[in-house]
Design a protein around this ligand. Structure first.
Ligand code: KIV
Ligand code: ZN
Length: 432
């Protein structure tokens, strides 16, 4: 279980303005091993995929898209390995993607035979530009592809009752499609599948290419949520890509607009500018006082594994996890943070200025929080001397000595480590 502090950073009750908020986490679906993997310059080896899968399980993700087995022998073998070596915990569903084509569907279902829970994720593209330019088909033919695919999946999975099967249907390019047509095709699929409130069908509504402001996507989700047939037998899922850099906002607004589930990748890997970042989403919830149900209490270990598997570094200013996000160079920030730490009680509401979350909640240490360079004032160096060397300088001395540190920082143009500050202090006051 996650080891986060018991109190939220923000008390919802303090809010003075009327607004929608998210009060419970969505169902999380990781597509790191599918959408994320297919966007890598060098796709993951089976060993890396397995390590990534196990990390996702450890974090608490219960729905994991593990590949596109009909498109890749590596993915097919990976799914078989997960099933045959009993690598999938009983409460975790694996998801396998397929296009709505007969031979691909057969191969996809075959890859999962013997699994305890498996979700077949079938998709076809529905937007006008795909209908006209890519397929040369009308609306009726596009609906028929989805319906025929669903019928075949239903027939095939019925032959393997030992598995709890689920269906996920994605009208690819949903966010640039006429809403009435998206409703028509999803209703047609659910008519075939016949989901129930106990065994819901997942309707995934992707912004395959992010094409609008986040509120427009959220409006589309809200419209679908209000108009789809059999709503209580459906899980409405969103799958935002980040082409405009607003995928996190799009997902958050979509959840407020009625989505039950979010698909994305850790730290926002994925096609082009990425899939929505599940870590930022989860920790944004956490800072609003909603437990995300995912464990990022050792976020550096998660980051290290993801960097190794994806071979893509996490940006130093990436929310919550970047090297620089719990660092203050400005003197006034350092001073405020130092004062905040001095009065912060371990079991109280988190109230340290400039830090939206306690770094310790993510397994990061206070030591790295305060750093000193030419932009810093007295607060940062005083904090480091106290923390690292137990030296508590009186205020007058802080002011005096900070000029020495400042001169050194100006001369070198680099960051000044705690050990350098200590050496400067010794030289200034004890070596004359
Ligand atoms: O971005 C997308 O539309 C997809 C679908 C296959 C769900 O990845
Ligand atoms: Zn995608």
């Amino acid at each position: 279980a996650a080891k986060y502090r018991p109190f939220p950073a923000v008390q919802l009750a303090d809010r003075q303005w009327p607004s929608r908020t998210i009060t419970q986490p969505p169902i999380w679906m990781s597509t790191d091993l599918r959408d994320g993997n297919q966007a890598l310059i060098e796709p993951m080896s089976p060993e890396k995929k397995l390590r990534f899968f196990e990390k996702l399980v450890q974090i608490g993700v219960k729905e994991i898209e593990v590949g596109f087995p009909s498109a890749s022998q590596t993915d097919f073998d990976f799914v078989r390995m997960l099933v045959e070596e009993n690598r999938i915990p009983d409460d975790v569903s694996i998801i396998v993607l397929t296009q709505a084509r007969e031979e691909l569907i057969r191969r996809t279902v075959e890859s999962c035979v013997g699994a305890k829970r498996a979700i077949v994720h079938v998709y076809n593209s529905v937007a006008p530009v795909f209908r006209r330019v890519v397929f040369g088909m009308g609306q009726d033919e596009i609906v028929q592809i989805a319906v025929n695919g669903t019928r075949l999946i239903k027939e095939l999975v019925a032959q393997h009752p030992e598995t709890q099967w689920g269906l996920e249907y994605s009208p690819e390019s949903f966010s640039t499609t006429e809403l009435e047509f998206s409703k028509r095709i999803v209703d047609a699929v659910s008519e075939v599948w016949q989901p129930t409130p106990q065994n819901r069908m997942i309707v995934n509504l992707p912004s395959t290419v992010e094409a609008s402001t986040p509120n427009v996507y959220a409006d589309q989700i809200e419209w679908m949520s209000r108009h789809l047939e059999r709503r209580d037998s459906l899980v409405i899922s969103v799958h935002p890509h980040n082409d405009r850099g607003t995928a996190v906002a799009a997902a958050e607004l979509a959840v407020m607009a009625g989505a039950d589930r979010v698909e994305g990748c850790l730290f926002g890997n994925g096609e082009r500018t990425g899939n929505v970042d599940l870590v930022t989403l989860a920790l944004n919830l956490y800072t609003q006082g909603v437990h995300p149900g995912l464990d990022f209490s050792d976020i550096d270990a998660v980051r290290q594994l993801v960097e190794e598997c994806n071979q893509i570094p996490v940006h130093p200013r990436h929310p919550y996890v970047g090297d620089l996000v719990f660092t203050a160079f400005s003197g006034s920030h350092q001073d405020a943070i130092k004062k905040g730490f001095a009065v912060q009680k371990s079991d109280a509401l988190w109230e340290v200025p400039y830090l939206p979350i306690d770094p310790a909640d993510l397994g990061r240490s206070y030591d790295a929080v305060i750093r000193v360079n030419s932009q810093s004032g007295k607060g940062g160096m005083a904090y480091l001397l106290e923390q690292e060397y137990g030296l508590e300088l009186p205020r007058r001395l802080q002011i005096e000595f900070s000029r020495v540190v400042q001169r050194h920082a100006d001369a070198t143009g680099t960051e000044v480590a705690a050990s350098d500050i200590h050496a400067l202090f010794a030289k200034e006051y004890f070596e004359q």
